[in-house]
Design a protein around this ligand. Structure first.
Ligand code: URA
Length: 210
């Protein structure tokens, strides 16, 4: 068992994930499915958020009503595939603040190089939910979370669709304080660091680039 790993086994999530895995699923369907799955994952990942009560007035009387505590959530999309999950999260949490981070792997040094970073202000006071559909080696996701921490975030969760055991182990080692949420823990990586059985390249499948 992996520490800090939550598998979201809701039947709707599992059904939609199977449709996404099928290579015959069109770009259009894949895009709709990842968005819908993002919404379901958002529901699960936020289910323990703390509440405070505030007095409001209904048309009939005063009451102490529960509201989310603290500042608005911050969603961070790890480009580019993170955008597929982001849309679904925003359907459920439309007032969330949104950051983006883009990294590429230098082909010679294999080090993750940042090419884009834009984060909301007061990130140190927000719950940050980092989004990347595929936790494969874990290197780029862990590097992205390191940069988010360097910018002040202290309370971070990481959400993906699929995780490989290798990626979970690496990510956990670098960020033992960050909980990982996934729809499935797959078998392993192949020689090209693709998740098996997986769903292929998530970015290509969302954006129809292959
Ligand atoms: N990234 C993907 O999009 N797919 C994989 O299987 C691994 C990394």
């Amino acid at each position: 068992m992996h520490e800090n790993l939550t598998i979201i086994d809701h039947p709707l999530v599992q059904h939609k994930l199977s449709l996404m895995r099928d290579k015959e699923t069109s770009t259009r369907s894949f895009r709709i499915l990842i968005r819908e799955t993002g919404t379901l994952l958002a529901y699960e990942v936020t289910k323990d958020l703390p509440l405070i009560t505030k007095e409001i007035e209904t048309p009939l009387m005063k009451m102490n009503a529960p509201f989310l505590e603290g500042k608005k959530l911050c969603l961070v999309s790890i480009l580019r595939a993170g955008n597929g999950l982001l849309d679904g999260f925003l359907d459920l949490v439309p007032s969330a603040r949104v950051g983006h981070i883009g990294l590429y792997r230098d082909p010679e040094t294999l080090v993750a190089v940042e090419y884009y970073l834009k984060l909301p202000e007061l990130i140190d006071q927000r719950l940050v939910i980092a989004l990347d559909p595929m936790l494969a080696t874990g290197h780029s996701s862990a590097a992205a979370v390191t940069r988010i921490k360097e910018n002040g975030a202290a309370n971070i969760r990481f959400v993906c669709l699929l995780a490989a055991p290798e990626g979970v182990e690496y990510f956990n080692k670098i960020h033992p304080d960050v909980k990982i949420y996934t729809a499935a823990l797959d078998d392993k990586l192949n020689d090209h660091a693709y998740i098996l059985p997986g769903l292929g390249d998530a970015g290509d499948r969302i954006f129809g680039t292959k």
